[in-house]
Design a protein around this ligand. Sequence first.
Ligand code: ARG
Length: 245
Amino acid sequence: MKKLLPLAIIMALLCSLLFTACGTDSGKIRVATDATWPPFEYVDTDTNQIVGFDIDLFTAIAERAEIEFEFINVEWDPLLAGVAQGTYDAAISSITIREDRMADMSFSDPYFVAKQIIVTKTDSAITGISDLVGKKVGVQTGTTGDIEASAVAGVNVTGYDEIGMAFVALLSNQIDAVVCDTPVASGYVSKYSNLKTVAEFPTIEEYGIAFPKGSDELMQKINAALAEAIADGVIDDLVQKWLVN
Ligand code: ARG
């Protein structure tokens, strides 16, 4: 027993030294993103870096707010759960501000407007939402595309962990359509000449940065910096850089 106590103290000291060295206490906020959603957040396969509209936007905001941060690449489902539980300090990931999500998290002011849209092969006979009845529709699980497609009675919805997998399934004729956010759809349609956008859902979605409940101080800083960035024309520049072909 006599020997154990000092050993325990040494271990505790060693552990705290180790953790400090590892940077857990670095003062950087942890910002989650599901980097599978081009052109808003995705991994550039040449550089292995996370890039995109949201990545540039958050960087511009953090600079103005004088916040140090690191991006953490997380899948969509654990991203929303992680924000709700406070595992991350914030998340920027084309997240649609929704009343039901507000029960678990808070949102910044909106920074972008998108819609849900149907994408098919160019030779498809689908021309509108009602044509999806009885058809196989791919979505990213837990996204608003999933919510909207699943709300149409008689649609056979398949959820994928990443939207890219839904597009692979569409291109190989395993499914009949994909429903996702308009900027993502446009990206895939301009990349693959045998895809087309067909019809939008009658919904308007605003993207916001998400925070765990009770992050009022950080959220206020970010909202102020977001307003500055918008006034400086950052969003317009990012639209030109990432969305205009
Ligand atoms: N805007 C949609 C939503 O909030 C999809 C966002 C998906 N984002 C992502 N990085 N996978 O549900």
